[in-house]
Design a protein around this ligand. Structure first.
Ligand code: ZN
Length: 175
C-alpha cells in the first residue's frame, strides 16, 4: 500500500487523545501496514504513531536497532498496541525530533527506565523493559496517543515560533 500523508503540527488531529484498540483484527493489521509503509518511505525514523497519519487509535511503531543502544532496542520495526507504562524511573534530557515537526528539535526530559505493557499484532499481552534511547522513544510515541508532542514541553515563545514556521511550510492556518 502507498505511504500515507504525515500530519504536521498543529493539525487538530495530532492534538486529540486516541481511542484504545478494542480488537486486534485485520483492520488494525492493515493500519499497521500503512504505518510501516509510511515509515519506510520516510527512511530514517525511530517511530511513528497512528494519529500522525490521522487515525486516532492507541498504537505506534518503534524501530531502535539494538546495536546502537547497548543491546536495548527492538527486533526490527515493532508494533505496540494499547501501551501502558507500569514502571517509570529516573530521568534524562535529550533532543527530540518528530516527523510531524520537520527539521526542528527540542529538549525534553524523559524517564530513564520504563516498563510498558502492550498488545502485539496477534493480540497477545506483552511487556517490554527499555532504557535511555529506547525508553525515550517509547515515551515520545506514547505522548502522540495523548495529543502531545515535544513542542508541548517548550516555552510559549518557542511554541509560537514553531507554529509560524509550520504554517509557512504547509500553507495551512489551522484556525
Ligand atoms: Zn513524533
Amino acid at each position: 500500500m502507498p505511504a500515507k500523508e504525515i500530519l504536521i503540527w498543529p493539525d487538530p488531529r495530532l492534538l486529540k487523545v486516541s481511542e484504545p484498540v478494542t480488537k486486534v483484527d485485520d483492520g488494525i493489521r492493515a493500519l499497521v501496514q500503512d504505518l510501516k509503509d509510511t515509515m519506510l518511505a520516510v527512511g530514517d525514523s525511530a517511530g511513528l504513531a497512528a494519529p500522525q497519519i490521522g487515525v486516532l487509535k492507541r498504537l505506534f511503531l518503534v524501530n531502535i536497532p539494538p546495536e546502537h543502544n547497548d543491546g536495548n532496542g527492538t527486533n526490527g520495526t515493532e508494533v505496540f498496541i494499547n501501551p501502558e507504562f507500569i514502571t517509570k524511573e529516573g530521568s534524562f534530557s535529550w533532543e527530540e525530533g518528530c516527523l510531524s515537526i520537520p527539521d526542528l528539535r527540542g529538549t525534553v526530559t524523559r524517564h530513564m527506565r520504563v516498563v510498558m505493557k502492550y498488545l502485539d499484532l496477534e493480540g497477545n499481552e506483552r511487556e517490554v523493559e527499555a532504557f535511555d534511547y529506547f525508553a525515550g522513544c517509547l515515551q515520545h510515541e506514547n505522548d502522540h496517543l495523548n495529543g502531545k508532542l515535544w513542542i508541548d514541553y517548550q516555552g510559549p515563545q518557542r511554541k509560537d515560533m514553531v507554529r509560524k514556521k509550520m504554517q509557512k511550510l504547509t500553507g495551512k492556518k489551522w484556525a
